[in-house]
Design a protein around this ligand. Structure first.
Ligand code: EPZ
Length: 423
């Protein structure tokens, strides 16, 4: 298995291009199931999760072609399709569950493997299935698969009040409702930029959607959707990750394609920590004002609150802060697995349940560490940019799921970093 080796202590300087968002592309791609005309996505990130979604959609009968080294994907599903999403693909990537709503809407029935738990939490699908049941779907769990059938073969509009603003459930229900009979209202919907990106694309396909980006979304069902071309929104999590690189390593970096509106609550915390974030024509320019960040307390929340997907990276920064910070993880029940690895590098972190207390230290030392999940893996690389000596991050296949060429991007602004092929 490949690993990444970082030698700390090099200040950074230059520009990093931010790719299209993984978490937008993974919900935009299943939208192709809602029409029999081609959907073209541009600015698609080149990631292993995108390859997995491509495999899944092809297993359902989609034809997918890619151009520009995978940045442009054209997908089409004309005629009869397979409505079973197999465990062998779904177990590799939870976001596979985003085919459930579109399959039900298109065909009136679907069999989708339950993804099961993951490293960061149990992650059930009850909000998805309760919402679809309100739209007239009968859903049974058999042998690890959700068997779903729309009453009379077609979903019906409904008013659905979510107990929690789930991103995935908002996306699944919104897609399902585009072809349902009547009007659907989702209350307490998720407001993430990826939801707005999906709604924008669906409108280009002829859907009638209002309120995306707010906590109440209204979808007026239509008979059919047509083809469209849509650019995937910038990846705000990749953006936030690279904004932290010069804060930790020193120097100044401009993140091309970044916009303050995508990371406002995060940028607010950086400002409190003594970091300058400046919006430029091309993106966001970032540098630390002093020589160490200040301690800040952080609580993860649904958008527009502080994103849970930047919690691990923020912890890496707070390891070097002048003071003690309290990090509260409110979205996932097991998302501090990076903490013991950072402690191996000399960090001072105490974890109790969903709260981590991070006391900044003057220096950390490189060590061999283990990636446990996508965001944890990149937080170890960030800490390695300042730790003395060599940090070797193992199991970087986690990283490939959500980051294009980390070694190339950080190396391009002066980091001493390389990817070491596995034996
Ligand atoms: C999306 O996951 C993202 N993944 C996650 O990013 C992100 O962390 C998460 O939203 C929160 O922002 C994709 O978009 C592919 P949720 P999702 O449904 O949709 C509970 C990354 O690093 N819940 O908003 O699965 C759930 O267990 C990944 O890129 C239920 O209880 O997130 C969790 O605790 C990791 N029942 C919370 O809600 C449900 O039916 C948030 O889940 C659904 C969710």
């Amino acid at each position: 298995m490949d690993s990444i080796v970082v030698r700390g202590g090099k200040p950074l300087s230059g520009q990093i291009e931010i790719a299209g968002a993984k978490n937008a592309a993974l919900t935009l791609m299943p939208a192709t199931l809602l029409s029999d005309e081609p959907l073209t996505l541009t600015n698609t990130p080149r990631l292993s999760d995108i390859k997995t979604m491509t495999l899944l959609l092809e297993s359902l009968g989609a034809e997918i072609s890619s151009l520009q080294d995978g940045k442009v994907q054209t997908m089409s599903c004309h005629g009869a399709i397979n409505t079973t999403a197999d465990y062998d693909i779904v177990r590799k990537m939870r976001a596979s569950n985003l085919v459930l709503g579109p399959l039900l809407a298109r065909e009136g029935h679907a069999i989708v493997s339950l993804p099961g738990g993951c490293a960061i939490g149990a992650r059930p699908m009850d909000i998805h299935t309760d919402g679809l049941a309100k739209m007239g779907a009968e859903i049974d769990l058999k042998d690890g698969y959700l068997h779903a059938k729309a009453d009379g073969g077609k979903l019906k509009g409904a008013v659905i009040d979510f107990p929690f603003a789930s991103v995935g459930a908002t996306e699944n229900i919104m897609m399902a409702a585009t072809l349902a009979k009547g009007t659907t209202v989702i209350n307490n919907a998720a407001r993430e930029p990826e939801i707005v990106d999906l709604a924008t694309c669906l409108r280009k396909m002829g859907a009638q959607i209002e309120g995306d980006g707010t906590s109440s979304i209204t979808i007026q069902g239509v008979d059919r959707l047509h083809g469209a071309t849509h650019p995937v929104v910038t990846d705000r999590i990749e953006l936030g990750t690279y904004m932290l690189a010069p804060v930790i390593a020193g120097g100044e970096v401009e993140c091309l394609g970044g916009r303050m509106s995508l990371v406002a609550s995060f940028a607010e915390k950086l400002d409190a920590a003594g970091v300058d974030v400046q919006e430029t024509k091309a993106g966001l320019k970032v540098k630390l004002r002093g020589d160490r960040p200040h301690a800040v307390d952080v609580t993860t929340e649904p958008f527009p609150g502080f994103p849970t997907d930047l919690q691990a990276q923020m912890m890496a920064m707070l390891c070097f802060a002048d003071g003690t910070s309290v990090l509260e993880e409110k979205i996932f029940e097991n998302r501090f697995m990076h903490a013991p690895e950072l402690v191996r590098m000399g960090a001072d972190i105490e974890v109790h349940g969903g709260t981590a207390t991070v006391t900044g230290v003057d220096r950390m030392k490189g060590a061999p560490v283990m990636a446990t999940d996508l965001r944890a893996s990149v937080s170890l690389i960030l800490a390695g940019l300042r730790a003395e000596g060599e940090t070797q991050v193992n199991r970087v296949y986690h990283l490939d799921r959500g980051y294009e060429d980390v070694a190339g991007k950080l190396g391009g602004v002066g980091a001493d970093i390389e990817r070491v092929p596995g034996s």
